[in-house]
Structure formats: structure tokens, C-alpha cells
Design a protein around this ligand. Structure first.
Ligand code: GLC
Length: 462
């Protein structure tokens, strides 16, 4: 009887656990599988939310939505008046200081390897020269259309590619400007399509065609695109808003073989990796994943926004990489087209750290115990293991001993501190490792924020 009860409990627990998170569906296209492996090597990318909303310094798109959420607050009480004013932001958007080469240089120097840029957010404003709508940056009604860099998404992708970064297109499936998604005849109670698509199938088909065409434009006219990052997971077959992802992904990969498709929060074939938002999983999830997170507090530009300290950003990166993920860090450009000085300062400091410690980050794969106390672990296929000690904000002097719990190197291993050359003394104590830090290292660490140790077998010393 006891056995039966135990079995029952075990089954119940496993059902409960799987119910919590739907299974990841592995990719079968060899070109995509290969690309995903390469993507896992990159570790660090830049996400950018930019649109006409940046002029008001408000949250992207969401204030158009009637859901009663704190991020939907409006500065004009009357909803219809508000929507008109918001839509009109197109007529004043003129980011004359837009200089994507400058952004790309700063991102590259920070060690970022890919960019994901908002080609269209939920509000429907296109930051690219689409033929499907005139609600776009290149329309005659938008002052920026005369600028030689008017096709903003193209300029962004070109600049970042020139610096060797991959290009990722953020694209919102929901389009709140489209009369075929939020039809003008009816009120819009929430983020969803505002009519019954079974009753108006042609209307829904028009919306699907527009979505398909816009994605086709992006995939065929904007050079090499590596990632199609689709937001708005409520537009999905399981939520009765089927836009035919099979057709979209098939078309996209005809132009861009091996393209990584991220149909966010829609578990299935087209979610090549998962995207926890503003959080880091407590343990490696065992599938490809990426944390997207704001460098400040908002995805979009907010004046005097508060930026996370460099120490925290580096610790997040290390924690994410140790668990096998990538870090997609977001910065929202200003209405003029600039990044805040603080954002540049953070990128510079992360870059300084990466110059010394990049080998413990890029191309690594997770290794148990992943993270233990203040130490994170990464590894390379050749057997090298890195221990990365997360130093506190004001911990600028190294301790005499670094104790690493639950990890023992092979007897003949050598341990070096990245940024220094000598082999360090180490001993084992039970299951734990103790590294002795020489005095001169202690007072002059090679960097701030986190110290990385390379563990190799001596005979394979570099
Ligand atoms: C959240 C926001 C959305 C933003 C996204 C980025 O879902 O609501 O506006 O684009 O995060 O990950």
C-alpha cells in the first residue's frame, strides 16, 4: 500500500512539475541547430526599445491598452484623446542625433555579440520602411523621413553587423494600430484582437497577410538577419489567434537559412530558445535560453532612469552564463537618438572586465555545481574550468584565501588568475578547494567586480 501511495505521489509531483512548464521542443533543422550552438557561444547581446513613445518618456506601447495595469497610466484622461495624441507622436519624432555606429561601437567594446532591435512594437509604429502601412518612420508625415538614415532598422542592423555583431529583429505580432487587429468599430477591452475571428475570417486573414508581408520585408531587404524575436505571445494558435507560424517561419528561413526563431512564450517548434524576462532561473533549465533585462528600470527611454550598477550587471552576466544562458541587456535610446551617459559608462566598464575575463564567458558551457555561494563555474570543451568569484561592490582587495565549496580540481591541475600569469597555490580540504592569493595580487587585483580563475591540467598549460 505504502509503495502505491509513494508511486502515486511521485506521479502527481511529476505531472505537477511538467504542468508548470511545457516541454521545450528541440529543433530538427540541422542549419538551425548549428546556428543555435553558435548563438550559445555569444553570451551577451543588446536589446533596444525605441519608438515614438520615447518622446514622452513613457512605457512602450502599453498606455494604449485598456488593461488596468500600472504601466498603462495615461497623461491625458480621455482615452480617445490620448490615443490620438499618442498616434500623433509620429508627426514629431525626429531623432536627429541618431548615430547607430556610435551605439554599435559601444556595444562591441562592451563585449556584446548581437543586437535585438524593435522593428515594430505593439503600438504598430514601424521603425522600418514597410509597404504595408504608412504608420512608419519613413512616411512623409514623420519629420525624420527626409533624413538619409530614415530607415532606422536597416541602419541599426548595418552598423552592428559592421562591428561583427549578429542582427536580431524584435517584431510584435500584435499590432494595435492595425484596423484588422483592433478594429475601429469596437472597443478594445484588453491586449487581444477585439473581434471574433471566426465571425470575421477575412479580416483576420488580412491581418495575417500583413504580418507575413512585414516579416518578409524584414527577412528579404535588411541583409543577414540571425534572430527573429517575436513578441506578444498571446497571438498564438493555442489562444485562437493563429497567424500560421509554419508559413512565416518557412518563408523567413528561405531568405535566412538557419534563422533562429523565437516565438516568445509560445511553447513549440518556433520557440528555439526561451526568454525569461527580468529574471535569472535559479538552476540551469536544460534548454537554450536568454534572460532579457533592462539596464535601467524601463525598456523604453525614461529621463533620469536609474541604471543598475556595473557590479550587479557583471554578476548577472556571470550567473546567467554559469547556468547556460545568454544575457540580452536592454537600453532605450532617447527621442533625439542618444544613449544616456550612464549607459555608455556601464558598457565601458563591462568591456574593461570582459577584456580580462572574456575567456571565462564566451563559448563556455555550464558545469556543475554551476553556482555555489559567491562562486560561479563555467567550462570549455577542452576541459578547462573557470571559477568566477563574485566580489561585492566595495570588495576591492582580494581575500587571502578563496574557498570554493563543492569543487575539487584534479590533483595535477594548475590554477591561475585571469589577468595574471603565475600558478597559484591551492589545497583541498574535504570536498572543498582553497586557493591562496599572494599578497601582491590581493592589493592589486587585475579587475573589479569578479575574479576568474582558470583551472587546467599542468601538462596542457597555455
Ligand atoms: C515586456 C513588456 C514589453 C517588452 C518586453 C521585452 O513583455 O511588456 O513591452 O517589449 O517585455 O522583453
Amino acid at each position: 500500500m505504502k509503495k502505491i501511495v509513494t508511486t502515486f505521489i511521485l506521479i502527481a509531483v511529476s505531472v505537477f512539475c511538467t504542468a508548470q512548464e511545457p516541454p521545450y521542443i528541440p529543433e530538427t533543422d540541422p542549419a538551425v541547430i548549428q546556428k543555435l550552438e553558435q548563438w550559445k557561444d555569444l553570451k551577451f547581446g543588446l536589446l533596444m526599445h525605441w519608438g515614438t513613445y520615447s518622446q514622452w518618456g513613457i512605457v512602450e506601447s502599453w498606455s494604449l491598452c485598456s488593461e488596468d495595469e500600472p504601466w498603462c497610466t495615461r497623461k491625458i484622461k480621455n482615452y480617445m484623446d490620448y490615443c490620438r495624441a499618442y498616434t500623433n507622436l509620429k508627426t514629431t519624432f525626429n531623432p536627429t542625433r541618431f548615430d547607430p555606429d556610435k551605439w554599435a561601437s559601444a556595444a562591441a567594446a562592451a563585449g556584446m555579440k548581437y543586437v535585438v532591435f524593435t522593428t515594430k512594437h505593439h503600438d504598430g509604429f514601424c521603425m522600418f520602411d514597410t509597404k504595408q502601412t504608412d504608420y512608419k518612420i519613413t512616411d512623409a508625415g514623420c519629420p525624420f523621413h527626409l533624413n538619409p538614415k530614415a530607415n532606422i532598422a536597416k541602419e541599426v542592423f548595418d552598423s552592428f553587423r559592421k562591428k561583427g555583431l549578429w542582427a536580431g529583429a524584435y517584431f510584435s505580432k500584435p499590432d494595435w494600430h492595425s484596423n484588422d487587429y483592433w478594429a475601429e468599430e469596437w472597443a478594445t477591452p484588453n491586449r487581444n484582437v477585439n473581434y471574433d475571428i471566426k465571425k470575421y475570417p477575412e479580416r483576420w486573414q488580412r491581418f495575417c497577410a500583413c504580418t507575413y508581408n512585414q516579416i518578409e520585408e524584414l527577412m528579404s531587404q535588411y541583409g543577414k538577419i540571425d534572430i527573429l524575436w517575436l513578441d506578444g505571445g498571446w497571438v498564438s494558435a493555442s489562444n485562437n489567434q493563429d497567424i500560421n507560424m509554419t508559413a512565416i517561419a518557412g518563408m523567413a528561413r528561405k531568405y535566412q537559412p538557419g534563422l533562429i526563431v523565437v516565438d516568445r512564450a509560445v511553447p513549440g517548434k518556433y520557440e528555439n530558445y526561451r526568454t525569461p524576462e527580468q529574471q535569472v532561473p535559479s538552476a540551469p533549465p536544460g534548454y537554450p535560453w536568454e534572460t532579457c533585462m533592462t539596464m535601467a528600470t524601463s525598456w523604453s527611454y525614461v529621463q533620469d532612469d536609474i541604471y543598475k550598477p556595473t557590479n550587479q550587471l557583471i554578476h548577472l552576466l556571470v550567473d546567467i552564463v554559469a547556468k547556460g544562458g545568454n544575457f540580452l541587456l536592454n537600453i532605450g535610446p532617447s527621442p533625439e537618438g542618444e544613449l544616456a551617459d550612464t549607459a555608455y559608462a556601464r558598457l565601458k566598464e563591462i568591456g574593461d572586465w570582459m577584456k580580462i575575463n572574456g575567456e571565462a564567458i564566451y563559448k563556455t558551457r555550464p558545469i556543475p555545481p554551476y553556482k555555489n555561494g559567491k562562486t560561479c563555474f563555467t567550462s570549455l570543451p577542452d576541459g578547462t574550468i573557470y571559477l568566477i568569484y563574485l566580489a561585492d561592490q566595495n570588495e576591492t582587495v582580494m581575500p587571502e584565501f578563496i574557498d570554493v565549496k563543492g569543487f575539487l580540481p584534479l590533483k595535477e591541475s594548475g590554477i591561475e588568475l585571469l589577468g595574471r600569469k603565475d600558478n597559484l597555490k591551492w589545497v583541498s580540504a574535504g570536498n572543498d578547494l582553497r586557493i591562496t592569493i599572494p599578497k601582491d595580487y590581493r592589493n592589486h587585483p587585475p579587475c573589479k567586480h569578479a575574479w576568474a580563475f582558470r583551472v587546467t591540467l599542468n601538462q596542457r598549460k597555455r
